[in-house]
Ligand binder design. Structure first.
Ligand code: KIV
Ligand code: ZN
Length: 395
């Protein structure tokens, strides 16, 4: 694998003297926050199939759902728990006994319990004082620990909470037995520098692993997750295809490939399974992957312009940061009005037609002219179009 941190002087220098973990744990919440994407509702069977796929992909934790939300949800989570997957199975629970009991009944390995801490949530949603919120969190964590279950604790809307109070909440959570604390950027207001600052501050006080959960309201979820890792966060919450509430969550495929290929950080992900996992999730959620989506989009390794296609055909890394096969993708040379002769020659070869052997130079020039003319009409030229043009020109 190409590791930019080792090969790129600028990146290497920029990351010097940071306490970046060697290994980062991937907590997948496609089946929980991802399923909270407006309009998405998975059947228990679909959830089970996705869970198996995520396990196969190598995620460390699968947040299988929010058990208290429905009977179907409980059925799916129970089944996922009974599969004995390699990944730890986690269930979400508000810091209330009823939610926790239902999660325990599902047989999860880890309970992700949360309560909001920001002034907005304290005043308008919970109508509770700072002290009351700490008491509720502590009681919930202690109750889960009494059942011998691992606890991940989140202060919802952490990034809009007063830093001193937030630190106190997390310290009390750890004292109560939380095994890991998670820092949600619930409405995605962080910027990378601020996220780095926050995690760095928390690291001074908190002695259990720190996780982050970034929303993408300003398109910064992946960047903020990476900034958290630069400050020492050991776990990142993400979803396949960046699904999630509103603008979504940090996209797993982008976080993982950045961690592994740019920073050289270890994860357990089998990267060559990323594309097929993305496709499966897209199929069941019925949320299309945008073509220009990094890593798993149809255009992520597609080249149309003559200059790029020529470069890539001469040496793939000229216009590709990583080989497409590394993420289960393939290179696509797209023909259109920007296409150059090298790309058309390569496409013809792919279709079994060799210039100079099966067709002469004049015929080739005519084919190039017609392909560009089709592109000029605003059309994406398909293989079928090329075959028809060749047939017409060659006879
Ligand atoms: O975004 C969020 O705050 C959440 C919590 C449940 C952790 O998803
Ligand atoms: Zn969330």
């Amino acid at each position: 694998m190409i590791i930019y941190r080792e090969e790129n002087e600028i990146i290497k220098k920029a990351l010097e003297n940071l306490n970046i973990p060697k290994r980062v744990y991937i907590f997948d919440t496609t089946l929980r926050d991802g399923e909270q994407t407006p309009g998405v509702s998975l059947t228990p069977e679909e959830k089970i199939e996705i869970a198996i796929k995520l396990d196969d992909l190598g995620v460390d934790v699968i947040e299988a759902g929010f058990p208290v939300s429905s009977l179907g949800e409980q059925e799916a989570i129970k089944k996922i728990c009974s599969l004995n997957l390699n990944a730890e199975i986690c269930g979400l629970a508000r810091a209330v006994k009823k939610d926790i009991d239902v999660a325990i009944d599902c047989g999860v390995d880890r309970i992700h319990t949360f309560i909001a801490t920001s002034p907005l949530h304290r005043e308008y949603k919970l109508r509770k004082s700072k002290e009351e919120i700490i008491d509720i969190a502590v009681e919930a964590i202690e109750y889960i620990k009494e059942h011998g279950i691992k606890v991940e604790f989140s202060a919802e809307d952490a990034t809009r909470t007063e830093l001193d109070y937030l630190t106190e909440v997390y310290k009390k959570a750890v004292e109560a037995g939380a095994d890991i604390i998670n820092v949600p950027d619930t409405v995605g207001v962080m910027i990378p520098r601020a996220m780095y600052y926050l995690i760095n501050e928390l690291k001074k006080e908190i002695k259990v692993p720190i996780s982050v959960h970034c929303h993408n309201d300003f398109g910064l979820a992946v960047a903020n997750s990476l900034a958290a890792v630069e400050a020492g966060a050991e776990q990142v919450h993400c979803t396949i295809n960046g699904l999630g509430e509103r603008g979504g969550n940090a996209a797993l495929e982008e976080v993982v490939m950045s961690l592994m290929s740019i920073y050289g950080i270890e994860t357990n992900i089998k990267t060559e399974k990323l594309y097929e996992t993305s496709q499966l999730v897209s199929k069941y959620t019925e949320i299309k992957v945008q073509p220009n989506k990094a890593i798993v989009g149809e255009n992520a390794f597609a080249h149309e312009s003559g200059i790029h296609a020529h470069g890539v055909l001469a040496h793939a890394l000229t216009y590709e940061p990583i080989p497409p096969e590394l993420v289960g993708q393939r290179r696509r040379i797209i023909l259109g009005k920007h296409t150059g002769t090298h790309a058309i020659e390569a496409k013809l070869k792919e279709l079994g037609i060799v210039v100079g052997k099966d067709i002469n130079n004049e015929q080739f020039e005519e084919i190039v002219k017609r392909i560009k003319a089709l592109g000029d009409k605003g059309k994406r030229v398909t293989d079928r179009d090329v075959e028809a043009i060749v047939e017409d020109v060659v006879g």
